[in-house]
Design a protein around this ligand. Structure first.
Ligand SMILES: Nc1ncnc2c1ncn2[C@@H]1O[C@H](COP(=O)(O)OP(=O)(O)OP(=O)(O)O)[C@@H](O)[C@H]1O
Length: 271
């Protein structure tokens, strides 16, 4: 790992994002391919105003996760630019970019340590009161207090085993403490059973409050919480708008909603 070449580095003269950050995200004419000869994203243009919740939908392999990876600079575009509050990400220090963006994926890594230490991971100086408040907002306080040693219970690899939904709620508490400007959620409910999905969706609602959020999901319950839906197909945006409007439009989103509803046996809204 240490010897692996680092693909993305700070440019000479890179600066931190000016504070206070707002969280406006822009993709301008972005083309990217893991193999440059075969683009996965083609000329993608998308402006996300600060504080908007956007669900990225589309079939497997459409390029949704790749779009999120451009925002953390896991990779840089071959053409076009990605910006945060008007600053090209390549002109920002990686440290500042990673302070302002938080990624939550399917499953959460918990260290072999206490609940409190796991939640404090992103902000070790957080007070007990802040940890408590974050757990409460993440709908996790109840189950944590029921653990043998409450917040001092050791979890993780050899500690108390937690369910997928409980782990996700601890991860949400951790991310709440980190106070990111932009949230990138990649299938955050897919490792969660149907029973605890509602609690995780509610906790995600608290986390997304007042923040820009890009959510990749195949779950209807989460897609419906978005202000806006962007449908990606073969690396291009094919539909973009509020879910209610797109449902009535009867195009790609309406078809995906039907498919997702059938997959979870959920009743469909009347268009
Ligand atoms: N690290 C990688 N190296 C090479 N190709 C990749 C890599 N990651 C993804 N791809 C390819 O890029 C394309 C888009 O993948 P991406 O993960 O962005 O799709 P997605 O829409 O998020 O799909 P899913 O819903 O299955 O997560 C796919 O053809 C995939 O095989």
């Amino acid at each position: 790992m240490l010897d692996a070449p680092v693909a993305v580095q700070d440019r000479p003269g890179a600066r931190p994002l000016p504070e206070p950050a707002r969280g406006e995200v822009r993709f301008e004419g972005v083309t990217f391919g893991y193999d440059p000869a075969r683009p996965v994203l083609r000329n993608v243009t998308l402006t996300i105003p600060a504080g908007q919740r956007v669900a990225l939908l589309g079939e497997s392999g459409a390029g949704k996760s790749t779009l999120l990876g451009l925002l953390t600079r896991t990779h840089d575009p071959q053409q076009g630019r990605v910006s945060l509050d008007g600053a090209d990400l390549r002109d920002l220090t990686l440290n500042s970019l990673h302070t302002h963006t938080a990624v939550m994926a399917q499953d959460t890594f918990l260290f072999h340590d206490t609940v409190a230490a796991n939640v404090r991971y992103a902000r070790p100086d957080a007070t007990d009161a802040e940890v408590h408040a974050a757990l409460q907002a993440a709908h996790a306080l109840g189950f944590v207090q029921a653990l043998p040693d409450g917040l001092n219970t050791v979890v993780g690899e050899r500690g108390v085993r937690l369910s997928g939904g409980q782990r996700q709620r601890l991860s949400i508490a951790r991310t709440l403490l980190a106070r990111p400007t932009v949230l990138l959620l990649d299938e955050p409910t897919s490792a969660v059973d149907a029973q605890s999905e509602a609690q995780v969706v509610a906790a995600l609602g608290a986390l997304m409050q007042g923040r820009t959020a890009l959510i990749v999901t195949h779950r209807l319950s989460l897609a419906r919480t978005a202000d806006r839906v962007v449908v990606v197909r073969e690396g291009s945006i094919v539909e973009d708008g509020p879910p209610d409007v797109l449902r009535r439009h009867g195009g790609a989103y309406a078809a995906l909603e039907r498919a997702m509803g059938e997959a979870v046996g959920e009743e469909l809204p009347v268009a």
